[in-house]
Ligand binder design. Structure first.
Ligand SMILES: Cc1cc2nc3c(=O)[nH]c(=O)nc-3n(C[C@H](O)[C@H](O)[C@H](O)COP(=O)(O)O)c2cc1C
Length: 450
C-alpha cells in the first residue's frame, strides 16, 4: 500500500506534556492552564511549522482519583477554547471534541458552524461517543458500544443535514431589491429517526466551501465501520507498526465498501513523543514522568479496561487470556482489545504489564529518544503504509514539546515527509477536501499538497 506523499499532522493541546510529573517542573506554566494564552502559545508554534491542526480531547465528567496527583480531566470547554484560538491564528485547523452521546445535534451543528465562521473555515469536529460522564446526563450506564455508534451515525447524519439546510447561496444581501435571503433555498430537514426528531433548518447559513472535516476516535468494529462511512480522519492508539498497518488496511477496505475512495480516510495514530538532546536523557525523562503513578492507579486502569481486579495478585504471576472475562460492555473496546492483544502475544508478569504504555499512557505509539530517532521512526512507519499522519501527544516536559514542534517538524519538512508552507488557509485546503456539500461518500479524497 503506497504511503501518501506528505503526512497530515495534528498537535494535541491536552496538555499531555504536563501529565505525570511534568506539571511539577518549574517551567510548566501549570498556573496558566485555564488561560487562553496557554493553548495559544502552542497553537502559534504549531502554525509556524504549518501543522494541519491543533486538537483538544474533551470529556464531561471529573474522576477525582487522578486529581490528587495531576490535573486529570479538568479542562476548559474545547469548542470555546478553539474559538479563542481562532481570533489569534490564521491557517491552522481547529479540531474540537464533542460527544454524540451527551449532546444534541442541533446545538452541535450550530456550535461547529459558528466555529467555522469565526475561524474562516478552519473548524474540525472530533466525533466521540464518550467513555464516561453519563451520570451528569441522567443515565446510570452508557449503552453498549454498538448502540453508541448507531446513535453517533444518526447524530452525524442530522448534523450534516442541518449544515446543508441553510446553504450559503440562500443569502442574497441584495441591498437594492431589499432582499436578504432566498428562503426557497432554505429547507427544513424533517428528520425522524430512532434517536432524534429534528425539523430544522439551522439558524445559521453554511460557510461557503467544503464541509467541516470530521475525525473519530474509537476503533472497535462498530467504531471502524462508523468512521469508514462518515469521517475524514481516525485518531487511534496503535502501539506498534503491525497494529497500525492492520487498522489502516481495514479502514481503507471498509471505506471502499461504503463506496468511498480509500484515500478519503486517514489513519492518524496518537504519537507519544518523549524527546531530549540525547537518548539517555529521553529515557530518563520517560522514567521520571511515570515515577509516581502508583500501583493502585495502574491496577484501577486495568480494572477499567479488562474488568479484572488484580490488586491481590503477586507481581510475578503471569497474566494470560484465560484470566480475562469476556466483557459485554467495556468502556472502550479499543483499549480493552489492545490490552488483550499484548497479553496474547507476550508472556507478561503482572509487574511487566503494569509498565506497558497500554497501561501507563493510553496505548499510543511512542518514540522515546532524540529528534533524529523520531524522524527515522516516522519515516519507517510512513514507508510501511502504516499511517497517513499522526497526532502529537508530546510527553514529559515543555522542552520535549518544544522539540517536537520547533525541531522535529522542520526536520520532517526537510526530509520531504511534511509540507514546507501552507497551500491554502482552510482546514479543508490542508486535507485536500474539495466537495462543497455534506455527504462524505461523494468526496474526492485528494492528497494534501506538499
Ligand atoms: C484514542 C482515543 C481517544 C478518545 N478521546 C475521547 C475524548 O476526548 N472524549 C470522549 O468522550 N471519548 C473519547 N474516546 C472514546 C471514544 O469516542 C469511544 O467512546 C470509546 O473508545 C468506545 O468506542 P470503542 O468501543 O470503538 O473503543 C476516545 C477513544 C480513543 C480510542
Amino acid at each position: 500500500m503506497a504511503p501518501r506523499r506528505t503526512l497530515c499532522i495534528g498537535m494535541a493541546l491536552a496538555p499531555t506534556w504536563l501529565r505525570g510529573e511534568g506539571w511539577r517542573r518549574p517551567d510548566s506554566n501549570i498556573e496558566g492552564l485555564f488561560s487562553s494564552d496557554f493553548a495559544l502559545d502552542i497553537a502559534r508554534r504549531a502554525e509556524a511549522v504549518h501543522l494541519d491542526f491543533v486538537f483538544r480531547p474533551d470529556t464531561l465528567s471529573l474522576p477525582l482519583g487522578m486529581l490528587e496527583q495531576s490535573f486529570g480531566f479538568t479542562s476548559l470547554d474545547s469548542t470555546l477554547l478553539m474559538a479563542s484560538i481562532a481570533r489569534e491564528t490564521s491557517h491552522i485547523g481547529l479540531v474540537t471534541t464533542i460527544s454524540t452521546m451527551l449532546q444534541q445535534p442541533y446545538i452541535v451543528a450550530r456550535q461547529m458552524m459558528s466555529l467555522h465562521w469565526l475561524s474562516n473555515g478552519r473548524a474540525g469536529w472530533n466525533v466521540v461517543t464518550a467513555m464516561q460522564g453519563q451520570e451528569n446526563f441522567g443515565m446510570e450506564d452508557l449503552p453498549k458500544s454498538e448502540d453508541r455508534y448507531a446513535r453517533a451515525a444518526e447524530f452525524t447524519e442530522v448534523v450534516l443535514k442541518l449544515w446543508d439546510s441553510f446553504p450559503a447561496e440562500a443569502v442574497l444581501m441584495d441591498r437594492e431589491a431589499g432582499r436578504y435571503a432566498d428562503t426557497a433555498l432554505i429547507r427544513p430537514i424533517d428528520h425522524e429517526g430512532p434517536h432524534f426528531r429534528v425539523k430544522g433548518p439551522l439558524n445559521l447559513p453554511a460557510r461557503p466551501g467544503p464541509r467541516i472535516p470530521l475525525m473519530q476516535a474509537g476503533a472497535s468494529s462498530s467504531g471502524r465501520d462508523f468512521a469508514a462511512g462518515a469521517v475524514d480522519m481516525v485518531f487511534a492508539p496503535t502501539p506498534d507498526i503491525e497494529a497500525a498497518q492492520a487498522l489502516r488496511r481495514d479502514l481503507r477496505a471498509r471505506a471502499e465498501a461504503h463506496g468511498r475512495d480509500p484515500d478519503a480516510i486517514r489513519l492518524l495514530p496518537g504519537l507519544g513523543l518523549y524527546l531530549a538532546p540525547t537518548r539517555a536523557e529521553a529515557e530518563e525523562l520517560f522514567r521520571a514522568v511515570h515515577l509516581r503513578v502508583d500501583r493502585a492507579s495502574r491496577i484501577a486502569q486495568l480494572r477499567d479496561w479488562l474488568g479484572v481486579d488484580f490488586s491481590a495478585w503477586p507481581d510475578e504471576r503471569v497474566v494470560t487470556l484465560a484470566d480475562l472475562p469476556e466483557q459485554a460492555n467495556p468502556k472502550s473496546r479499543t483499549h480493552a482489545e489492545l490490552l488483550r492483544r499484548v497479553i496474547s502475544r507476550q508472556e507478561l508478569s503482572l509487574a511487566a504489564l503494569l509498565e506497558r504504555p497500554e497501561v501507563l499512557s493510553a496505548a499510543h505509539w511512542h518514540v522515546i529518544g532524540t529528534v533524529e530517532d523520531a524522524v527515522a521512526e516516522i519515516r519507517r512507519w510512513s514507508e510501511a503504509g502504516a499511517i497517513d499522519g499522526f497526532v502529537i501527544a508530546s510527553g514529559g516536559s515543555v522542552q520535549s514539546m518544544h522539540l517536537a514542534l520547533d525541531a522535529l517538524i522542520p526536520r520532517l519538512a526537510e526530509e520531504g515527509l511534511f509540507r514546507k508552507a501552507y497551500d491554502g488557509a482552510t482546514f479543508a485546503d490542508h486535507l485536500g477536501l474539495t466537495e462543497p456539500k455534506g455527504d462524505p461518500s461523494a468526496e474526492s479524497g485528494t492528497e494534501a499538497a506538499p
